[in-house]
Design a protein around this ligand. Sequence first.
Ligand code: GLU
Length: 427
Amino acid sequence: MVALETSKKTVMECESEHFLMAQRQLDEIALEMGLDPELHERLRYPKRALIVTIPIKMDDGTVQTFTGYRVQHDVTLGPAKGGIRFHPEVNLGEVSSLAMLMTWKCSLMNLPYGGAKGGIRCEPWKLSQNELERLTRRYTSEIINLIGPDKDIPAPDMYTNEQTMAWIMDTYSINVGHTVPSVVTGKPVSVGGSLGRFEATGRGVAYCVRRAASYVGLTTKSPTVVVQGFGNVGAIAARLLHESGYTIVAVSDVHGGIYNPEGLDIPRLQAYLSEMGKVSGFPGSKDISNQELLALPCDVLIPAALAGQITVENVHDLKCKIVVEGANGPTSPEADKILHEKGILVVPDILANAGGVTVSYFEWVQGLMHLFWSEQEVNHRLEEIMGRACDQVFEMTAKTGLRPRMSALRIAVGRLAEAKKLRGLYP
Ligand code: GLU
């Protein structure tokens, strides 16, 4: 009886708002492209999902129990690939929808991977380094049968980083009895990581901004950019765009935003942030709220923070020409349709932030070959792959009139559908 209750709850939890939204997105493109209904039904659910209970000893000697997840949505094109996040809102529905998104992202970028995602429901900012290490290692040992360089390869995501990957790699290696660097990507360079991986997502966002600007024919000499989120993705995209002549007029972090219509000095802002721990109060700028930031007049808006930021509530306030989604899922499906009607170009998450997983792929390839590339080579290959994917999505948009998100999905789902058809059904 207890088991039944639990499994019922699990199914319901999986069908959370997040997950239903991902399914609706698939339903829309399946109808549009006339996808085989049997294949469509299969793709609406994860291939497998594991929920683990993780007891760890806290620094004060007490034991606390956390819940962790690893979900593989599809593995037709290769091993499952996707990040692991530590966040209090992590649940089976969220992780399952993000795993589905990874399937589309890898297929769109033509990487030989399926999609996965994992996470631990916790407040990472309340845990010490030692507690985080014990949590990561115990989680790894609980999901160890699922992961491996040919099976499922985790990477960093929200509130996880290179150190987290080093702990996962070490725990896995000790358990199998030899060092296996390729079980994770996003590792520190000194334990087999790739040059350029740390900056890759932000760099990919910057490439997409430039491609999108030329696609819409932006003629402004120094286009204006607003960046929501000044973490690993937003700050790097802002720096690279600033270096290539764009004017970054506003940025924000969890504490709030800053605005200067004349442009922010990004290197000085980065120095200020390392000293003060937040962007607000930066000399020469005006403090603004996150909602005010989204409504600023600009050429390019980069939401690079949390999901669900642009919704029907605020979409009509936006005054940009292009949205480049650095975060996963920052725009609700309804808002996405409205942006398209308003003639605002949206570069969707599965394209805009795919720089991270693309260089993860490079890291995995280099590790398997035991042959490492220069940073220049990594960046050059990344630009080539991102540029090709942008062109394909924009071409599909121009040809079909679909929203760019739907064009990207059509390419991704189409590629996967063809592979699935050729592989056939076992038995
Ligand atoms: N977590 C990142 C994403 O959402 C990177 C995944 C990876 O490198 O495998 O794309």
